[in-house]
Design a protein around this ligand. Structure first.
Ligand code: SF4
Length: 128
């Protein structure tokens, strides 16, 4: 996670986006508010630093190079759009679990969490 505090403007922007994305995808906030807060702060810090909400839960050797090469980890990332899986736990089930049912069986999300069913299968997969 980026360590600096985000600006108020970026924080507000990310908070608005996250709220809308919960609605759009039928996912929920994590029951522990501090989990959501940490990810929102990380996304907002990346907005300040990079101008894009790069996923804060990965390690990048070079963030600029990552963004130049691909948008795959710009929130909502490809995994979220395709599989409705958020490894940051920002977009989860009401119990706070990431949805894993659409992931390939050998994906680490399946290995960690097993099969977690999507409670709202009619919503939220932009790129099936
Ligand atoms: S949707 Fe993807 S990019 Fe956004 S917080 Fe979750 S894992 Fe990170």
């Amino acid at each position: 996670m980026p360590s600096s505090s985000p600006t108020e403007a970026s924080l507000k922007r990310i908070q608005r986006y996250v709220k809308k994305y919960w609605e759009k995808t039928g996912t929920s906030p994590h029951p522990q508010a501090e989990v959501t807060e940490a990810v929102v702060n990380g996304l907002a810090s990346h907005m300040d630093e990079l101008g894009r909400p790069l996923c804060p839960c990965n390690f990048y050797a070079d963030k600029q190079a990552e963004l130049a090469a691909s948008r795959r980890w710009v929130c909502a990332c490809d995994e979220m759009k395709q599989f409705k899986y958020c490894h940051c736990l920002l977009f989860v089930t009401p119990e706070g679990l990431p949805i894993t049912e659409y992931l390939p069986e050998d994906h680490e999300g399946r290995q960690i969490y097993g099969v977690v069913k999507d409670p709202t299968p009619d919503k939220g997969r932009e790129a099936k």
